[in-house]
Design a binder for this molecule. Structure first.
Ligand code: ZN
Ligand code: ZN
Ligand code: FE
Length: 761
């Protein structure tokens, strides 16, 4: 009988995710001897036995690794036999650089859920049950190496029973750092608005009763507090809107289970998988017509943002007689601030919103908001990449110098690169809020520490006014590189798709600072990570009042109508109720009126002209409602012109507006205008791509920018370009909005360092 021995090395996120117990158990089942050990580089295995059994172990390793493991490389080689008697653990040889990652936080696994609901289990209804396959990770890690003592669980000493599980290599809790039970672990308590204890013995029934009565309860989760109310109670949802001062922006919800989620939304098979994955994000899905939720949850929206319970505590909220079915679960914060994470800060931040806090004594080291995903065109599109994703590294393939990219201003995330991986942070938010800015600094310090990265370069946005840019420039000892906003969008999209050559970028965005000091946002770029040029853009138009115009689309509409029809403003119904004259004077005189090629503003203007939103209460509202009006269909385009008076092609906004106005004056409904307008953008942008192809021979188009969260535009443009022979690249790993630009900045910085370093050699 032949026997062989193999050495197998595994890299990636393989520590703290149950990798060694998995190998131990698999080797035992296959009758193999040898050992498994954590090393500084990952996990090292030696197995000895019959060739077919060794092969089976390798197949298991590749195809069925533990739930939370992320393998980036496996190598194996034959080595001489050692004739061990058994399969064993070797103690960690970890020293020097930890190149294994910290795992993202993961939703409760099926086994833990069963135990949670089993009256005979010692953790029955214990809200902090977890195991090697599930529970908090990133949000509780303070330092490396990942160990109980370096997490916020260090304050809890394991009881004898938990300790036994922790040391048992055959079990699910072997080296599960947050392992705990009712005897030794964190506890829940219900507090009032002043921080006084209402109930710290069994606060759940009381909490559930409060929610059922229509109260708002702040609930501490994995990455911070949520504000929860019963989604079926219009009164409760209205109260939450009023307290939060959030007029219309849709609230995310948590349904008790998949059956209930399906009663509310149309969920594809892929949506259902996404909802039930360890990431457990908020999924955006079309609403069902006959749902029984309060209309105030998502006024004016045709989608809901829905998630499933992802912590044991969430599951327990939906227990009891006549259980709650759907809760609004919105981030516990003021708008655009980071989610509140500590009980003390939550009490201070959220005191005006609620008198009830369901909290606990397991500290959150780093706040982490819920991720948001939509499935579109056969792929996951991430609108917010945070809990469950961060800090899952992207593998870069080859090694390069360490650097830091600090992202944009809104929806900020940062990206750290070291060796052959890029680590994107959790969602940080709008840096203009002090709390977000502090979280930005803390996150950079934290990620630098846990991944041991000393950047040689800091990459920031070209916009000198962004707080991320000024922070970068204040780091005296580290060189910086400014990157144009839409170049970063393009570079990120190309990297995601493994494309290194030049490509045509169609970047449809709200705002980004251009090298010509105007506001860019509807761009046809030619370039890659090494550089870019502007091939074309939307015709620059005036933005009266700058940012003020963003909140009042009618102002943009008036200024653009005046630019297009300077003799005589067409008499359109939307003008009733507005006083156009001051806007016209301001725009004509150019007072506080920057020029912009923004695609987002074009959407705003056309939506307002067609009778849609005149003012908005949250970002993108006018464009979202205008898109919804089309009901997922496009119609034959309006006339448009592409001019090229300079080296840059202009998609003439005035030509589009002239035909739009003709349509509206001829009695076209908002539905028709929206359908034809989407059709126009798809046609005209494809025509621009065609011109770029004729000039450069390039056949690949990358689609990026926040406007491409518009599902009708994204799918329409993608299909149309493909039909015309283009290879079309879209985002699937990071958001197409500004939540993704740190990745593009990082890739541009990496290329820059590689070239400057090689020049210096
Ligand atoms: Zn588990
Ligand atoms: Zn215990
Ligand atoms: Fe952008």
């Amino acid at each position: 009988m032949t026997t062989i021995r193999k050495e197998i090395k595994v890299n990636g996120i393989v520590q703290g995710v149950g990798f060694r117990p998995f190998i131990f158990q698999t080797a035992g089942r296959l009758g193999l001897t040898g050992f498994v050990a954590n090393t500084e580089a990952g996990v090292e295995i030696e197995v000895e036995g019959r060739p077919e059994n060794v092969a089976s172990l390798q197949v298991e390793l590749e195809h069925h690794p533990p739930l939370l493991a992320r393998i980036s490389a496996i190598s194996s080689r034959d080595i001489p036999l050692k004739n061990d008697r058994e399969f064993s653990f070797h103690t960690s040889t970890a020293a020097g650089h930890p190149v294994t990652g910290i795992a993202p936080d993961a939703a409760i696994c099926q086994e833990c859920l069963q135990e949670l609901l089993d009256p005979s289990d010692r953790r029955y209804h214990y809200p902090f049950i977890n195991c090697i396959n599930c529970g908090p990770r990133y949000t509780i890690v303070e330092r490396i190496p990942y160990d109980r003592a370096t997490t916020t669980m260090r304050n809890f000493t394991m009881c004898g029973e938990c300790q036994r599980e922790y040391l048992d290599p055959s079990g699910r809790r072997f080296h599960a750092q947050p392992n705990c039970c009712p005897a030794c672990g964190p506890r829940l308590s219900l507090l009032d608005g002043k921080g006084r204890v209402i109930d710290d013995q069994d606060p759940l029934p009381r909490t559930i009763a409060l929610l059922k009565k229509g109260n708002i309860v702040a609930i501490k989760g994995i990455g911070g507090f949520h504000l929860a109310v019963d989604a079926k109670s219009p009164k409760a949802v209205r109260l939450l809107r009023q307290k939060k001062g959030r007029e219309e922006r849709p609230f995310a919800m948590m349904a008790a289970n998949l059956t209930l989620a399906r009663r509310i939304c149309h969920l594809s098979r892929r949506d259902q998988q996404t909802l039930q994955s360890p990431i457990s994000p908020i999924v955006l899905a079309l609403q069902r017509g006959n749902h029984d939720l309060a209309p105030e949850v998502a006024p004016g929206c045709d989608t809901f943002g829905i998630m499933l319970p992802y912590t044991p505590l969430h599951h327990l909220l939906f227990q009891g007689e006549h259980p709650l079915e759907v809760l609004v679960m919105t981030s516990g914060n003021r708008s655009e601030e980071p989610i509140s994470q500590d009980t003390d800060s939550a009490l201070a931040d959220l005191a005006g919103f609620t008198d009830y806090f369901l909290t606990h004594d397991r500290k959150i080291h780093l706040c982490n908001d819920d991720s948001i995903v939509t499935n579109l065109g056969g792929a996951e599109r991430i609108f917010r990449r945070s809990r469950g994703y961060a800090p899952q590294p992207f593998s870069l393939g080859d090694k390069g110098p360490p650097l830091l990219a600090v992202g944009g201003e809104l929806k900020n995330t940062v990206c750290l690169v070291s060796e052959d991986r890029a680590i994107m942070s959790q969602h940080i938010g709008d840096l203009k809020n002090l709390a977000a800015y502090l979280s930005f600094q803390k996150t950079i310090t934290h990620l630098r520490r846990i991944f041991e990265i000393n950047p040689q370069l800091i990459v920031h946005d070209l916009h000198p006014g962004y707080l991320s840019s000024s922070w970068a420039l204040e780091q005296n000892d580290i060189p910086t590189l400014a990157v144009q906003h839409h170049h970063a969008h393009l570079a990120g999209c190309l990297w995601e798709n493994g494309h290194t050559d030049e490509a045509i970028g169609i970047i449809l965005d709200g705002t980004g600072y251009g090298p010509d000091h105007t506001i860019w946002g509807g761009e046809i770029l030619i370039g890659n990570q090494a550089g870019f040029r502007r091939f074309g853009c939307f015709e620059p138009m005036p933005l009266p009042g700058g940012d003020a115009a963003i909140m009042a689309p009618w102002r943009t509409a008036v200024a653009w109508l005046d630019r297009t029809f300077p003799e005589n403003l067409p008499d359109l119904p939307f003008l009733k109720g507005h006083d156009p004259q001051p806007i016209i004077e301001m725009a004509r005189a150019g007072i506080n009126t920057p020029q912009t090629s923004s695609c987002g503003r074009l959407f705003d203007a056309v939506a307002a002209m067609a009778g849609g939103r005149q003012t908005i209460s949250y970002e993108g509202q006018a464009a979202i409602e205008f898109m919804q009006a089309a009901n997922n269909r496009t119609a034959p385009p309006y006339d448009y012109e592409i001019t090229s008076t300079t080296a840059i092609r202009h998609l003439s906004v005035q030509s589009i507006l002239r035909s739009v106005i003709k349509g509206i004056s001829g009695g076209e409904s908002t539905v028709t205008v929206s359908r034809r307008f989407h059709g126009t953008l798809i046609e005209s942008l494809s025509a621009l791509a065609n011109l770029a192809r004729q000039e450069t021979g390039l056949t690949t188009v990358a689609l990026s920018g926040g406007v491409l969260q518009n599902r009708l535009l994204l799918t329409g443009l993608r299909t149309h370009l493909k039909k015309h022979g283009f290879t079309v690249l879209c985002h699937t790993l990071v958001p197409c909005n500004d939540g993704g630009i740190a990745l593009g900045q990082a890739m541009i910085g990496r290329e820059y360092l590689k070239r400057t370093n090689s020049m210096n050699q």
